[in-house]
Design a protein around this ligand. Structure first.
Ligand code: ADP
Length: 453
């Protein structure tokens, strides 16, 4: 959008958390008229109000009034559901509804690498960012991973490579967003409550990442994931360069494994990157993440030697299969970010035999019964499906199941019964908002308890 056009457009931002504030500030700095509408009560938003006052941005708190839709363009923060009444209201009033990601992209001049998928986004985004910085390629990492894209669009030169973690909620309202490199990691049922319980709608939302791609842009995708592969075949725009990755199939262009090596197949031929076992982050899922990141960074110009060194040295991201401590031969691993069943399945695959696995911690979002952990865990069986709701579940593989009524008790029981060679894994498959503020808080509490043993 041109500056003159921006000045003549009234924007309303729904949600005043990190991304909402960043996009309001970005738009205001470019001369637009901006209004912020925040659900949280005024008493809880004093700091936000003073920042907005300083920026000259009008605002309201404690809910969205009609004022929120008196705008030409309504910008939705990532946390606002597409089904939210305020979004429907904005659409019915004829407002143009766009996401924070879309707005930030208007101001970004450099190439964009956009990474989405049900699981693995943060790990792959962080790894790709590290690969680029290790290869000294100017880049910034943003999106769901921490800094809002709007914040970096405002504060940086804007011609670096933007490596973005992108959720489907943000993709719901893109118009012109066009990544030079799109990465699609996997698509499994999660967040369906925000898509009218329709898997098809959720898939369609993920696929919007490639909607505006054109000739010369690239799509890196998981060819072993049937849902992803079929969706790509159905909807890839003409001329987009396809780079599939998978554990076995050798693609014309893409990444694959052969004889225990991660290999790249590109126009210049096939290159051995490194032995799969030398990749520092554990588990099959991380082999996929490593392939996706390697392809993305390679397309941005990173050399193979540099990629290899990053893969050996990257220690992963906090709360994702994070090694906490070895205590008398018992390893403690924090996978608090495993908030859905698929990620737990991958966590269990990452270790020869975790002796203890925590499922659930307080109450969380409802799992679909067919995808409950019991369906995946060999020894677990379906009988564990219901117990998630009643408190921390301490699962003992190969032995009877025990429950504990607090995280502290669960850690105590696990530590007391584990013997050398066992792995105690926190991989809960759900959120637990009644006990913890978020998964980070849950992971920190777990780590603290473990360190104090
Ligand atoms: P996201 O940002 O998409 O939530 P993360 O990188 O934060 O993904 O990982 C979330 C959880 O999913 C972790 O518990 C991790 O073990 C698991 N996970 C990571 N990558 C994958 C993958 N490619 N497939 C399935 N599960 C994964």
């Amino acid at each position: 959008m041109q500056e003159r056009e921006l000045r003549a457009t009234r924007f309303s931002v729904i949600g005043g958390a990190r991304s909402g504030l960043a996009v309001a500030s970005l738009l205001r700095s470019r001369g637009a008229e901006v209004f912020v509408s925040e659900q949280a009560a005024a008493e809880r938003s004093a700091e936000l109000r003073s920042v907005l006052d300083r920026l000259g941005v009008a605002c309201e708190f404690g809910g969205h009034t009609a004022r929120a839709t008196e705008a030409d363009v309504v910008v939705v923060s990532p946390g606002v559901s597409s089904d939210a009444p305020i979004v429907r209201e904005a659409l019915s009033r004829g407002c143009s509804v766009v996401s924070e990601l879309e707005v930030a992209s208007w101001f970004w001049r450099g190439p964009i690498v956009a990474i989405t998928g049900t699981n693995g986004k943060t790990t792959t985004t962080a790894l790709t960012g590290r690969m680029l910085s290790d290869a000294r390629i100017p880049s910034v990492v943003a999106g769901n991973i921490g800094r809002a894209f709007s914040a970096v669009a405002e504060q940086t030169r804007g011609d670096e490579v933007a490596v973005l973690e992108v959720s489907s909620f943000q993709l719901d309202h893109v118009r012109t967003f066009r990544p030079a490199v799109a990465v699609l990691l996997n698509i499994t049922p999660d967040h369906l409550d925000r898509y009218g319980h329709s898997f098809e709608r959720y898939i369609a939302s993920k696929m919007r990442i490639i909607e505006r791609q054109k000739e010369g842009d690239a799509l890196i995708y998981n060819a072993d994931d049937e849902v992803t592969r079929q969706a790509v075949e159905r909807s890839v725009p003409a001329g987009v360069r396809l780079l599939p990755f998978g554990l076995s199939r050798r693609p014309a262009e893409g990444a694959f494994e052969e004889d225990g090596m991660l290999k790249l197949s590109m126009a210049e031929g096939t290159t051995d990157v490194l032995a799969v076992e030398a990749i520092s982050i554990p588990g099959i899922h991380n082999r996929y993440n490593a392939m996706a990141a390697t392809l993305a960074a390679r397309l941005c110009g990173a050399g193979v030697a540099s990629l290899r060194s990053t893969l050996v040295n990257f220690k992963g991201v906090e709360h994702r299969l994070e090694f906490v401590r070895d205590r008398a031969g018992v390893k403690f691993v924090n996978d608090s970010k495993a908030t859905n069943v698929d990620s737990v399945w991958y966590a269990l695959q990452s270790f020869a035999s975790p002796s203890f696995c925590f499922w659930g911690a307080g109450q969380g979002k409802r799992l679909q019964p067919a995808r409950a952990p019991g369906a995946h865990a060999r020894e677990g069986g379906g009988r564990h499906r219901g117990i998630r709701r009643y408190g921390t579940v301490l699962l003992r593989f190969h032995r009877p199941t025990t429950t504990a009524s607090s995280m502290a008790e669960a850690v105590r029981i696990a530590a007391g019964s584990a013997v050398g060679g066992d792995i105690v894994l926190l991989s809960p498959a759900c959120a637990s908002f009644d006990w913890f503020e978020n998964y980070e808080h849950r992971g920190r509490v777990f780590k603290e308890l473990v360190m104090n043993l």
